[in-house]
Every structure is written in structure tokens, then in C-alpha cells.
Write a protein that binds this ligand. Structure first.
Ligand code: AMP
Length: 375
């Protein structure tokens, strides 16, 4: 019989890979379920199994391969997770997964917990889209309720005539949600972890800059955050963690507006806006997720120095260029180049935000996507 692993991870992408990398120094090993095949970023860290049909054979092999299970991405077949949960522990639990798979459930949860969001309406027909436009005004953001990520499955309506294009674009994608367009000051996220006993630890607020719907770079701690904003974000996060009885990492994406914070969406998992924590926090989001789901004590989420994370999108940089810059940490995920694809990231720390900004400008000429920094 093959050796059993402590953690079985649904998904073998870069998040699975970084979870596997965080497990290794703790003497823990992982197996991965990745139907797209064994040529995936996590493959160097443990056995990869699974098939597109989720055959009994594949699911049983995965179940037998580990003691506790988690997932790297919420857009997975919940029936597969339910099958696993019938036999072995899966964290975060099914409630966290179900509610974060669908933007309508997520927005209803925010409303239940008095967490403000953009005004929104469910849209199931072109007539409902027109009604939403009249009620919420323009611009309007139309989104699919499921399977959206990195700005995919979205259409911004700016003039009434955009209804036809928007409906053509997304109308066939099942139930939709229309959201008021928010003119935010900036985007932020808060990442926290909750263990099996209900202890929590929260990372400082992170400022996130997106380009074309994809995260370009993050700064932690987010500069110039008022105490009131930080406390509000922590309060929203605490109420979500408790309500979901969440175990593991939870990420909440926020818009900072002139009238305070609005929740955008959440993810029951480690998140791109938390990659800075590998070098920038005393204990990374990946290690803390592993600690939480395996019943181990949580690590410190403290960020001793301002830290930036820069995504490498589409094309990788020259390794030597980045490694030639003192203190730059390079992470490449082993993925082949493709426009819009996240291939890796770079982490930089400094003694102040001013110095950090300068370090980001210094690195910009070596990036395949340097314009992101001047956004
Ligand atoms: P999402 O998939 O909901 O995270 O959206 C991707 C990106 O689109 C966000 O990070 C924002 O930059 C932008 N966005 C999403 N919803 C809105 C909104 N209601 N108003 C303005 N911008 C939005």
C-alpha cells in the first residue's frame, strides 16, 4: 500500500503547490486531486490523481491517500467534496464552500451579517437586466453568479444601449447578478485563519491593484489605513468566520469608498493577495491554513516590514534579472506562458512604504508586465 499523506488537496495549481511547499518543513506531506493531469504546478510535491468523471476508482484512491482534506479553489464540483466529506474530514467545511460558490448566496450572507455591499439585484432575463439598470443606475456591473474569477464572467454596462451586448455576452450563463458600479478609492483584502477550536488570527489589511480584472500587485500593511477601517474589516471577518464555523483561511475582498468599506466577495482559501505572507509574515497564509486544518496551533500573522507582492502575468521574467536584485524573492509556478495567466510572483520588503515603492520601481524594468506598477 502507498504511504498515506497528512493532507489531501483538491486542486494541483499554484495554490496547491504553495500549500505543499509550506507543509514540507513541518514534516507533512500532501497528495493532490487534479483531473487535468499530473503535469500541474503541485506535481513536484506529491502524488497527483483524479479524473474528469470523478470515477469511484479515482475518488477512492484520493480518499485512501490522506487523512484530512482541503481545497485550493472554491469553483469545484461540490458533489465531489460531499463524497469525500462522507468519509474523512474536509476543511473549510461544506457550508463555507457552498456559500462562496455563488455570488447571490454570498451577498445574502453579507446582508444577514450587516456587512455592506454594492446594491445588487438578481438577473434571470433581459427584462430583469433592464429593470436592474433602471433601479441601480449606470454604470452597472453584470456578473455570472458562479465560476467567476480574475474578472472573468463580467460585463460593465455604461450606456443603456449596452444591454444588448451585455445580454449577448452573459445571458446564456445561467443566473446573473447586477451590481451598482462602485467608484472606490482603492481595493483591499483581509485574510484570516480560524482553527478547529475557534481561535483566529488575522493578517493586516492588504491594498490590491488590479489590471484588466487580474491582481497586479499588493501592498501589506495597506498604507494609511485608519484604525476605524482596520477594526471594521476585522469585525466583518470575525462575523463571517463565526457564522460559517470556518476552519482554515478565509479571504474577504473589500472596496474602500468615501463612505467606508464595502464587501465585494470572499474566498474560503488561501488567496493571491496573501502571497506576500510567505516572506513577509511570521507565519504564511499557506502554513497557517495547514496548521488550522490539521488541528495544530496557529502561527503569528504579524508583518514586521512593509511587503509588496508583484504578480508575473503572461510571460516570466529572466530569472537572473530578478535574483540580481538584493532581497527580491522569486516564485515561479512551473506553468507555460499564456496571455493573462499567472505564472509566478515576486516578493519585496523594505523598512518603509516609501522605500518599498522605490524598490518596486527599481524592479519594474525587469518585469514582463511593468506597466502594472504605474497604474
Ligand atoms: P470580482 O470577480 O467580483 O472580484 O471582480 C473583479 C474586479 O472587478 C474587482 O477586483 C474590481 O476591480 C472590479 N469590480 C467588481 N465588482 C465591481 C463593482 N461593483 N464596482 C466596481 N468595480 C468592480
Amino acid at each position: 500500500m502507498n504511504p498515506r499523506h497528512q493532507l489531501g488537496i483538491l486542486g494541483g495549481g499554484q495554490l496547491g503547490r504553495m500549500l505543499g511547499l509550506a507543509a514540507a518543513p513541518l514534516g507533512l506531506t500532501c497528495s493532490f486531486y487534479e483531473p487535468s493531469g499530473s503535469d500541474c504546478p503541485a506535481a513536484l510535491l506529491g502524488p497527483v490523481m483524479g479524473d474528469q468523471e470523478h470515477s469511484d476508482e479515482a475518488v477512492h484512491a484520493f480518499l485512501a491517500s490522506a487523512d484530512v482534506f482541503t481545497y485550493e479553489f472554491e469553483n469545484i464540483d461540490i458533489r465531489l467534496v460531499e463524497r469525500i466529506a462522507q468519509h474523512k474530514p474536509v476543511y473549510p467545511g461544506l457550508e463555507s464552500l457552498r456559500l462562496t460558490q455563488n455570488r447571490l448566496y454570498e451577498k445574502s450572507l453579507f446582508a444577514e451579517l450587516d456587512i455592506p455591499t454594492a446594491s445588487w439585484l438578481a438577473v434571470n432575463s433581459r427584462a430583469e437586466l433592464e429593470a436592474a439598470m433602471n433601479t441601480l443606475g449606470l454604470p452597472l456591473v453584470l456578473k455570472t453568479t458562479t465560476q467567476g474569477y480574475d474578472g472573468k464572467g463580467q460585463f460593465i454596462l455604461r450606456v443603456p444601449e449596452d444591454v444588448t451586448d451585455a445580454w449577448q455576452h452573459l445571458g446564456a450563463n445561467g443566473p446573473l447578478i447586477a451590481e451598482q458600479f462602485i467608484t472606490f478609492r482603492r481595493e483591499m483584502s483581509i485574510i484570516a485563519v480560524r482553527d478547529l477550536q475557534g481561535h483566529t488570527a488575522t493578517y493586516p489589511l492588504t491594498e490590491n491593484v488590479h489590471l484588466k480584472g487580474i491582481l497586479s500587485h499588493s501592498l501589506t500593511p495597506a498604507p494609511e489605513v485608519s484604525v476605524a477601517i482596520e477594526q471594521t474589516a476585522v469585525r466583518y471577518m470575525d462575523s463571517l468566520l463565526t457564522r460559517l464555523n470556518h476552519v482554515g483561511v478565509l479571504t474577504l475582498e473589500l472596496f474602500e469608498t468615501d463612505n467606508g468599506l464595502l464587501a465585494n466577495e470572499m474566498a474560503p482559501r488561501v488567496h493571491n493577495s496573501g502571497h506576500w505572507s510567505i516572506e513577509g509574515a511570521l507565519c504564511s497564509q499557506f502554513e497557517n491554513h495547514i496548521r488550522a486544518v490539521l488541528g495544530l496551533p496557529l502561527g503569528s500573522t504579524r508583518c514586521p516590514r512593509p511587503t509588496a507582492m508583484i504578480n508575473l502575468i503572461g510571460q516570466p521574467p529572466e530569472r537572473a534579472d530578478i535574483l540580481g536584485l538584493s532581497g527580491a524573492h522569486l516564485h515561479l509556478y512551473g506553468k507555460s506562458p499564456r496571455p493573462g495567466r499567472k505564472l509566478g510572483h515576486i516578493t519585496l520588503s523594505a523598512d518603509s512604504h516609501v522605500e518599498l515603492k522605490q524598490r518596486m520601481l527599481d524592479i519594474a524594468p525587469y518585469l514582463p508586465n511593468p506597466m502594472a506598477l504605474s497604474a
